[in-house]
Ligand binder design. Structure first.
Ligand SMILES: Cc1cc2nc3c(=O)[nH]c(=O)nc-3n(C[C@H](O)[C@H](O)[C@H](O)COP(=O)(O)OP(=O)(O)OC[C@H]3O[C@@H](n4cnc5c(N)ncnc54)[C@H](O)[C@@H]3O)c2cc1C
Length: 455
């Protein structure tokens, strides 16, 4: 049997993770799949953007299997926990990180910048690829700064047209791991159904970084302003920048959606809208707005969930945020990306080992096994996002007093520990994602002291 040719669109978190596990399939080198990863961003830019994300539960098991745990732990942001602050920076409550990782709270045991994590996933896939090549397999082909214009399925093949080069190529399987705004999803499932698939939860956010000031510290400070506005200021781990999550919960102003629809080429309009909403909010907003205008790592999007009945159409399958984005406030996005990439590679083993002529039964299993996991992960805590982001100053005061008294009496801890999963308080679902054994070959741990050195 000739090895399957697999195109993975997107070199974020899920894409290179899938590629790594596929190459770790326990088959002779000549039978290992031929993998191409296509990334829209240019090589130097692809792994720059994005702020704090976390890895929890099953996600931690997967990075260990990838040999990536030490590198990731060496690159964390070292966030101490979450503080609720008011306009005078008075701390109303604080909840530290649970370093044992046994209770899933706001700050996870592993917090890392998204750009750094995607860079590590990409470099680790290069490392796995080099090991496979040395063994006689074909290594991963990476194409940066390119995207697909057309995807067609005929004669058991996925035929694609590259937008910039105009080249046409055929693959046995195409995996869309191209994020929440997935172009693969739009090309294959149709633009017209996007309104049903992409479900905004009424929250719009800018993610960027600003120069760090001494008082920023290592705690995440979370400030609320009336009108459903909020800002989180967080450490970057390097002690150089502070990262910002600036959001508005708003169902009325259509401009939030309009500026998002125009994509990231529209950063000036997105920044201007956030400035309009935050210029009178007090606290450190003057500094944050000034720096937002100057920053070059600005990223804006609607906070949305992707919901679909089925994640494959023939030989095209969606992975990670492209198929089932749970939203940044679920705390599950990265853990889902890791677990789903691992599972998809696992279910594809029957196809890769030649026990099945096509990948369709593997994709059916992926759909079936992922469904309960996704349904669980997409359940947000009751009242999210409105209860946590009050409309009035009184509402914010009540939130502060409530959280503060629940934290002081440790009731919050007890509620999260015993009822967190049922009530969907925090990303408890990460602990309940199973990590089956698929018989992948193991990969040597990538030691932390090699950070920054060529792999
Ligand atoms: C620039 C950026 C910044 C982010 N910042 C944050 C953040 O600050 N906080 C947070 O919680 N989550 C953030 N996320 C989302 C987070 O990375 C995901 O929720 C999660 O890690 C799941 O990963 P994924 O691999 O499924 O998708 P993503 O991490 O979104 O990766 C998708 C990849 O596909 C590429 N891509 C997109 N379209 C195409 C195309 N047409 N052709 C080829 N490649 C394409 C993207 O450039 C990206 O590299 C960000 C995502 C991106 C792309």
């Amino acid at each position: 049997m000739t090895p399957p040719k697999i195109l993975i669109v997107g070199c974020g978190i899920a894409g290179p993770t899938l590629a790594s596990f596929l190459l770790l399939s326990d088959v002779p080198p000549s039978q290992k799949p031929h993998i191409t990863i296509l990334e829209r961003e240019a090589k130097g830019r692809a792994h720059l953007r994005g702020q704090n994300i976390d890895i929890r539960g099953a996600g931690v098991t997967i990075i260990r299997k990838l040999g990536l745990e030490a590198q990731i732990r060496a690159a964390t942001t070292r966030e101490e926990g979450v503080q609720l602050v008011d306009e005078n920076n008075r701390v109303w409550s604080q909840r530290g990180v649970d370093k044992t990782g046994t209770i899933q709270s706001g700050t996870a045991d592993i917090e890392i910048l998204r750009g750094k994590l995607s860079e590590l996933c990409w470099k680790n896939s290069q490392r796995v690829s080099a090991i496979a090549e040395a063994d006689g397999a074909q290594g991963i082909e990476y194409i940066f700064g390119e995207y697909l214009k057309e995807i067609k399925q005929e004669d058991g093949q996925v035929r694609v047209l590259f937008a910039k080069s105009g080249e046409r190529r055929s693959f046995d399987l195409l995996v869309g791991a191209d994020g929440m705004q997935s172009r693969t999803r739009k090309l294959v499932w149709g633009e017209e159904g996007e309104k049903e698939r992409l479900n905004p939860i009424g929250m719009y956010a800018g993610f960027f970084s600003i120069p760090r000031e001494d008082h920023d510290g290592n705690w995440r400070r979370w400030f609320h302003a009336p009108g459903g506005r909020g800002i989180m200021i967080r450490p970057d781990g390097a002690g150089v920048r502070s990262t910002i999550f600036m959001y508005v919960v708003n169902d009325k102003d259509p401009r939030f959606m309009e500026v998002a629809n125009k994509g990231n080429g529209n950063a000036e309009a997105q920044k201007a809208l956030l400035e309009e909403y935050f210029k009178d909010a007090g606290w450190e907003c003057e500094r944050i707005i000034r720096e937002m205008k100057a920053t070059d790592d600005f990223y804006y999007d609607t906070v949305s969930q992707v919901k679909m009945d089925c994640w494959n159409k023939g030989r095209v399958v969606l992975l990670g945020d492209a198929g089932y984005c749970a939203s940044p406030i679920s705390g599950m996005g990265t853990t889902l990306a890791f677990s789903a990439a691992y599972k998809l590679a696992g279910y594809l083993q029957t196809y890769i080992k030649g026990k099945s002529n096509d990948p369709l039964s593997s994709l059916a299993e992926y759909n079936e096994q992922m469904r309960p996991i996704i349904d669980d992960a997409q359940q947000l805590a009751p009242g999210q996002p409105h209860f946590y982001n009050p409309e009035t100053a009184w509402g914010i005061w009540i939130l502060h007093v409530l959280v503060s008294s629940l934290s002081c009496t440790k009731i919050l801890f007890v509620i999260i520990k015993f009822f967190g999963r049922i009530l969907h308080l925090g990303p408890q679902a990460a602990d309940y994602v199973t990590v089956e054994e698929f018989g992948f070959k193991s990969v040597p741990q990538w030691k932390a002291e090699n950070i920054g050195k060529k792999t």
